[in-house]
Write a protein that binds this ligand. Structure first.
Ligand code: MG
Length: 449
């Protein structure tokens, strides 16, 4: 304690300040209270001038064959705007009016107070949640983060704590009609530098392994409805893993998505059979209606599990995380309301040794992929990211979209998310109401994803 005066003087010297200058910064060098107040006020005023929201609008587009919705928030500062992903591809037109409500709600408010905006918008409809309202809210939330980054002249990951990794490891999607074809596709990803690869035979959930289903022959349901044989699928997956391990070796990390399409007890049985092939994770073993099966799954096998893309509310993650029901948080970020809630779930996961694996398919806009990538840079408990491979058309509509190299995703270092949208070009790809995600059994019974 005797040295404290000396230490302070030495510290100030290191900062290039005199004691008088330091006291002046604190307002203590002022002659009167009024002067001190004036000094304090002016130093506060040296911060950023207040900026308010002018409008919140939706931009719908479909350049890659999936409906994409981006929210654009314009502000009182000319030229300053933010973009956020509000894509609910299957019911895209339902999100547009929800965004109109947010325009009315947010216009005139301060762009800086993101947490307050999220909390107030979340309950402003009284009845909350659901994919429509949450996606609209995500568009607003992400756009405000983009604006904050632009105002701070920093990429968003810097506002979230800065980088903990140089780039973002991603997994690619290998597919094929036979195990041999899947293994060849895995090899092509390995040749491009990927270290993590998701393997599927016959597409998602094994639809397409078998031929014409009986319900179509009988003229039941729509011709475009998908079909899968659960029994054929369950037998095929261990054989696929065996073939890929044999052809591609032990080092490559392999993932697989069950897509919630089999009975819970069958999912557990199949996952146990995969233990010898040490998957990096198995995704979506159960539908959200069957969460109570996780206890039995965890008692049966140590294969790592990813789950959560169908959850609507961040509160759905509480019980699974504190009970270690799964190992990877599989959030569809726009689906749960944006960066603000996603970061909270991720931080909770850090306490329980659970990593992130944001959902990143083609029905997340490049703005959404960039938002996820900025979180991926900053989260210590990042696990893996689903790779985004954008077509040339998508890159033209969304200049600055994240890039892939050697299995790693990167974003540019521009302030905010670093992604723009060419609105004129976006308008050339109108959205569609065509959307059929139904999958049926052989007799036509609907399978719950
Ligand atoms: Mg999935």
């Amino acid at each position: 304690m005797a040295n404290s005066k000396f230490n302070r003087r030495e510290s100030l010297k290191m900062l290039g300040l005199s004691s008088a200058g330091f006291l002046g910064m604190l307002g203590q060098g002022a002659n009167t209270k009024a002067e001190a107040k004036e000094k304090a006020t002016s130093s506060y005023a040296k911060g950023m001038a207040p900026v308010t929201i002018k409008s919140v609008k939706a931009i719908g587009t479909r350049p890659g064959g999936s409906n994409l919705i981006v929210v654009k928030v314009e502000t009182s500062e000319p030229g300053l705007y933010g973009l956020g992903c509000a894509t609910f591809t299957q019911r895209a037109f339902a999100v547009l009016p929800a965004i109109e409500y947010l325009n009315e709600f947010a216009a005139g408010k301060d762009v800086d107070n993101i947490e307050d905006m999220w909390q107030s918008a979340y309950v402003s409809s009284y009845w909350r949640n659901g994919p429509v309202l949450n996606n609209a809210l995500s568009g607003l939330d992400q756009a405000l983060w983009d604006i904050k980054g632009k105002r701070a002249n920093m990429p968003v990951h810097q506002l979230l704590g800065g980088k903990v990794r140089f780039a973002i490891p991603c997994y690619g999607h290998a597919n094929g009609k036979t195990p041999k074809e899947v293994a060849e596709d895995v090899q092509s990803f390995m040749d491009r530098g990927y270290k993590y690869i998701r393997i599927q035979q016959g597409g998602y959930g094994g639809a397409g392994i078998t031929g014409e289903p009986d319900f179509k022959k009988a003229g039941f349901a729509k011709e475009s409805d998908n079909y899968m044989s659960q029994g054929t699928y369950l037998k095929s997956v261990p054989k696929m893993f065996e073939a890929v391990r044999k052809a591609c070796g032990e080092e490559i990390e392999l993932l697989h998505d069950i897509h919630e399409r089999v009975a819970p007890i069958d999912a557990i049985g199949m996952i146990k059979k995969l233990e010898d092939y040490h998957p990096f994770f198995i995704e979506d073993p159960f539908s959200p209606e069957n969460m109570e099966w996780f206890k039995a799954l965890r008692a049966s096998t140590s294969v790592p599990i990813a789950m959560g893309e169908l959850f609507n509310n961040i509160n759905e993650f509480k019980e699974p995380i504190v009970n270690h029901y799964f190992d990877f948080i599989r959030i569809h970020v726009s689906q749960i309301g944006g960066i603000t809630p996603a970061m909270k779930v991720a931080r909770l996961g850090e306490f329980y040794g659970i990593a992130t694996a944001w959902h990143g398919p083609g029905d997340v806009s490049p703005v959404g992929h960039a938002a996820q990538a900025h979180m991926d840079y900053a989260l210590w408990n990042f696990g893996i990211q689903e790779a985004a491979l954008f077509s040339d058309q998508l890159r033209e509509v969304f200049p600055g979209a994240p890039t892939m190299n050697d299995g790693y995703m990167s974003v540019n270092e521009a302030p905010g998310f670093g992604v723009e949208i060419d609105e004129k070009l976006a308008a050339k790809y109108p959205m569609s109401t065509k959307s059929n995600w139904t999958v049926r059994k052989d007799d036509g019974t609907i399978i719950r994803p």
